[in-house]
Design a protein. Sequence first.
Length: 432
Amino acid sequence: MEFDGLSVDQAPPISAPIRFFVTAPLFAILAGILIFLSDAQVLASRYSIETIVITHAITIGFLSFVMFGALFQMLPVLAGVKISKVDIISKISYTLMLVGTFSMIFGLWLNISKLILVSSLLLGGGFLTVIISMLVAFRGVINVTPSVRAMITSLVFAFIIVLIGMHLLASYGIGKFSGLHGLFANIHSVWAIFGFAGVLIIGVAFHVLPMFYVAPRFKKFCKQKVVWLITSGLLLWLVLNIFAESYSTIAKIWVAMFFWAFSTTVYLKLNARRRRVSDITVWYWRSAAIFMTLGTFSWAFNDFFDGKYIVIVAILIGGGFIFSIMSGMLYKIVPFLVWFHLNAKGYMTIPTMNEMINKKLATAQFVLFIISLVGFIISFFIPSILPIFAISFISSMAILEYNIVIPILIYAKIIKTKPEFDMSMFTMKVEK
């Protein structure tokens, strides 16, 4: 691995990101259970309450928890910026997001209006706490790299979609919907997928692929222009949706083209990596590139089918691309955090990152996950088989949770012993 450009002296305590990572697969398991209990024909509609609940159990409960947990670690280490009172901020945002997500899931599922309204406030408070804290922290950044610009851009998109999400949730809580509800819902979903998650993944990939996989560095054009081009496409899509909706497909194709270019670049760079040893995370990145290519163009051309296949598009992009990368990165980030923090405290006899993960279980988890994704798409046409793939998805997420917990238990065991090295003589420190 290459660690060029890492700022290790500002790393947050390990608990800040870990609490998010450990919780994320539990929400995915809950989503799988809800899929199992649901009618497949009802889930074929993006506007059904069941679809909305399950979608947000995954997007907020899993994806957002992983992404913000990663940001707590990456901002200080990759960007060299310090989040003020990071431990307190992570605890407050985590608690509000945790309770808020449960409140939203059960409030919508059981149609409890007060619980829905409470979830709007809790989720808004949790997300805005962490987003604003991170944006404020960027004021102190000295070296504005392409990754930093991508992170800032993604957080701005996140800020907007959170405000829209609070409005949408409140509308369900009071049972009144404005004439712009459909437009707000579209902006919320598209900007969340492409503006927040997509741009963030691109920015992080600039660092992660060379660092973890010793892959060739991204070209200057890709690092400096792609995020800007995607952002301009998303803004164009918004303008066309408001003033000339029939032409919005033009902006969709624009956005799809650059995500396809990024996905293709990722696939090629993984093939050209100097460290040829393959592992489960490489499989996740490769499958994500394939799913994103299929998903983005399906999203663009779905307009020609009156939006009939939007659920399939969501599975391809949300599940195949974003979920795949988040799952794969958990296998890298969690063992890396354990190794990094133990090493920083003077422990030398530490299992390697690869030794912390059971490879056979990781492979089984990946296979079950891919089977479930393909199965969900097939279930759109053959609804009766959906429960089978719901079980596959639940099993996959249960294994993922196990594989995350094991490195943390290794950390808990080693930290109770005496370190081989006294690190107090060095200036490098891990924030308490």
